[in-house]
Design a protein. Sequence first.
Length: 231
Amino acid sequence: MSLDSNIIVDIFSSIVDSMRETGTIDSIAVANGYSTIQSVNTLSENEVVLIGDTDYAATIVTGTQFTVYGTGITATTWSSREPYYEYGHPVEIAGKLTARDSETAPYSFKKYPLIALFTDVRIKKGDKFLQGKTDRLMINIIGWSNKDYSSAERYANNIKTVLYPLYEILIKKIQTSNYFAETNPNVKHDLIERPFWGSSSKYGNVGNMFNDPLDALELSNIVVGIKGKQC
């Protein structure tokens, strides 16, 4: 792939894809319309996995196998669909997520954890050795929460256990990406913890940003140098 015309939203699509768990299928046992797949994994119950060209919801998950509804699977590998990725203006992303609620299984209600890159994207040009540098780039790592959770429960059940592990992986993937120059190995950015992620008021958030009860980690003012063409 030529890197002389990199688009940030596509770069991060590739980065998020590299964050998704993959595995090798060792064997498949079929019974009563279900396929039990032997494969080492850290999947969670009802996580969506892509096998061949088909999406399935993983059930009865253990560390060495998981079951999906369907038969005739011939693929030898699988990949998770999590974390999900969207880009655009917040209102546009919210609309996409609302529409997903009406989709058929296994995608119905499969929206989180989500890595959302908010546009517009500002690129600083003029560096002799770079295609440009990001300026004020914003990414949110978002997880479904419970509207009745206290702040302590949000930290314990979502922010610490789901969002921060994804944050650490995302930063490492940016640091090692071939798309970015090593001008800022620490990935300069501002980080905000947002339990009850929503619209702001003087005394905290007063409404959900999207239609779901959510918590988030907000990465703003992200600065990375974008490489030019590589042969």
